[in-house]
Write a protein of this length. Structure first.
Lengths: 376, 243
């Protein structure tokens, strides 16, 4: 084990003498946390709304102002020509069109119902879904309010028909529905995954390119000593970068850390071994840094996109959900979210801990086994 | 094949696909001997050496290095040997002293031994004042000397040198051979490959490799007699043309 110390000393010296390295491990967390958490914001505001109002009544105008006074919609056009509205939609000037038919007010007051049409540009499916959701709830609120108003004014006759059930959602663990609180724990995972996987996957293969690996392979060093000596420096850097990201999340966005730091760091420590084992394994099977880069990039893209950060796993088709069961990133994102937002403890996450530990043992073993001191 | 042989191999062969790099070679090396492996580029010298050092698994054939089986006990062999490759393989981004410490540490030397060895080695290669210079900034001749010193850091029984003098000036080459003779004098077996035929004269015995086979084996004087040549150049040319 004493030999590992000498590898550590050497690796640290080389890492800190590499001019690209320090900026990378300082700037990467800053950029990812600050920029990504702003950019990856699924809350949609200021959708461009085109209104075609054939009714031109008090109620139709009120409905419009309900739309435009919310943060979600902005009036981008107005008229009584459906063709113009269609054009606004197809030229992407407007995201959605609200069509109010000519007898809207009369029908609503007389019968308590009415017809409205919303046309939505659904090129971006999730945006369209949100637009429909927001629009629908504004219309429901407004028509509910109107029918209730008239019922009160003209007797119980209509009132009987409009007994509605109102749902008041209570948002737990992220009461303000703040997107950053939801995203940042996941971005922290992406941060340590990318940094760890790239640094480690480029490492052994670099010694292959330089030819120094041969001098190592001719020494009696044991394979596990070599792999551990390569893992530990990046592990320490990984913990450092994670901490930097966490501090930033706290200082810049006041992201809550409801759970214990001890739990968070235990998971991070084990997870880093998983990532580094994966990177070093790639480094042992490749011959050039370029190959290592491409292979790790290939896997990272799949892992990240299917990790539940950008697309909720529940929204994926069943076969894709099955694939995510094999995705280590998924389990760690669940952990950071649960610990930071819900304050989950170790007992709640024991399942994830077993899976992440299992993966870590698997990848590190793979790297040790695949590292060959004697070639065919 | 006696117990005292530092190295012996029989019918050692290495094939890469359909190409036979080393074709059924057999020889033995005595302890303390300077054994030269001569041949043109691509004759299979480095491949043969890598099989002896445990870097490459032989396709067929048997052999022992320092008393250990080259197929099954390569990790035990590695404790007993030093190796200096053809391609410079110290870390350019570490200083001379750091390279020495690193390899001494990997070979399991104690801290006190590391300090002593470092001082001794720096004395020997006359680079005391340069201990904290990055290896990358040194001229090739100095680098080669450091590499040699690093390969000798753990007092190996056998040292393998793969073209140690490739690309260095004649004075440094001469210097280098003094270091090699010195190591042999102290009891280390030296196995050295080269394609400089004049260097053969420094060896106790040499084997001439042509196209993966050993075509001549003996002391420089023996070979010159056998092939009726004035010098090793002539021996080599006669052997190379014969095939």
């Amino acid at each position: 084990m004493r030999k590992i110390r000498f590898i550590l000393i050497k690796e640290f010296k080389q890492i800190f003498r590499n001019r690209a390295m320090l900026p990378l491990i300082i700037i990467m967390p800053i950029v990812q946390i600050l920029v990504l958490s702003y950019a990856v914001d699924y809350e949609i505001k200021n959708l461009n709304l085109y209104v075609v109002d054939f009714d031109n009544s008090r109620l139709s105008r009120e409905l419009q102002s309900k739309f435009t006074s919310s943060d979600y919609f902005r009036l981008s056009g107005f008229g009584q020509d459906l063709n113009e509205a269609e054009f606004a939609l197809s030229s992407r000037e407007s995201d959605l069109v609200l069509v109010i038919p000519s007898n809207f007010e009369r029908q609503l007051i007389a019968e308590g119902t009415g017809d409205l049409q919303i046309l939505i540009d659904a090129v971006d499916g999730s945006k369209a879904g949100l637009a429909a959701g927001y629009g629908g709830s504004i219309i429901r609120d407004y028509t509910g309010q109107i029918t209730k108003e008239y019922a009160l004014r003209y007797g119980a006759n209509i009132g009987n028909q409009v007994r509605t059930v109102e749902t008041l959602p209570q948002f737990r663990f992220n009461p303000l529905m703040d997107y950053k609180s939801y995203m940042v724990p996941g971005i922290l995972v992406i941060l340590v995954t990318m940094l760890g996987a790239f640094l480690s996957s480029m490492n052994i293969v670099r010694e292959k390119e330089l030819g120094t690996i041969e001098q190592i392979n001719v020494t009696p060093i044991r394979k596990y000593e070599f792999i551990l000596g390569k893992t530990i420096p990046f592990w320490i850097i990984g913990i450092f970068v994670f901490s930097l990201g966490l501090i930033e999340a706290k200082v810049a966005f006041n992201i809550p850390i409801a759970g214990s730091l001890w739990v968070l760091y235990s998971f991070t420590g084990v997870y880093l071994f998983l990532v580094l084992g994966f990177g070093l394994f790639i480094s042992t099977i490749t011959e050039t840094q370029q190959q290592a880069m491409f292979i790790s990039w290939f896997f990272l893209v799949i892992f990240i996109l299917m990790g539940g950060l950008f697309t909720p796993i529940e929204n994926m088709p069943p076969w894709a959900q099955t694939i995510t069961l094999f995705n280590p990133i998924r389990y760690f994102i669940e952990v950071t979210r649960a610990v930071m937002l819900k304050g989950s403890g170790f007992g709640d996450l024991i399942n994830n801990f077993m899976i992440i530990s299992g993966y870590a043992v698997f990848t590190i073993s793979l790297a040790v086994l695949r590292y060959r001191k004697t070639t065919g | 094949m006696s117990k005292q042989d530092s190295i012996w191999v029989e019918d050692l062969t290495k094939r890469f696909g359909s190409f036979t790099a080393v074709d059924s070679i057999s020889f033995q090396v005595d302890p303390g001997e300077v054994f030269g492996f001569l041949g043109a580029n691509g004759a299979g010298k480095s491949t043969a050496m890598k099989m002896l050092c445990g870097l490459l698994q032989p396709t067929s054939g048997i052999g022992e290095v320092a008393g250990f089986n080259i197929r099954k006990e390569s990790e035990k062999i590695k404790k007993k040997i030093g190796y200096m490759s053809q391609k410079f393989s110290l870390y350019n981004d570490l200083t001379i002293a750091e390279n020495i410490q690193f390899y001494a540490g990997i070979y399991g030397l104690k801290s006190r031994e590391i300090r002593e060895k470092s001082r001794l080695l720096l004395d020997q290669i006359e680079l005391n004042t340069k201990a904290d210079t990055y290896v990358g900034s040194l001229p090739l001749g100095w680098k080669q000397k450091i590499a040699f010193g690093v390969a000798m850091i753990h007092n190996p029984e056998i040292i393998f040198l793969d073209e140690p003098t490739g690309g260095v000036d004649p004075l440094t080459r001469r210097n280098f051979w003094e270091m090699i003779r010195q190591a042999a004098y102290q009891g280390t077996t030296v196995f050295v490959t080269t394609h400089y035929m004049d260097e053969a004269e420094y060896c106790d015995r040499i084997s001439m490799m042509v196209d993966g086979r050993i075509e001549g084996l003996g002391s420089p004087a023996d070979l010159k007699g056998e092939f009726e040549s004035k010098n090793m150049d002539e021996v080599f040319l006669k052997l190379a043309r014969a095939t």
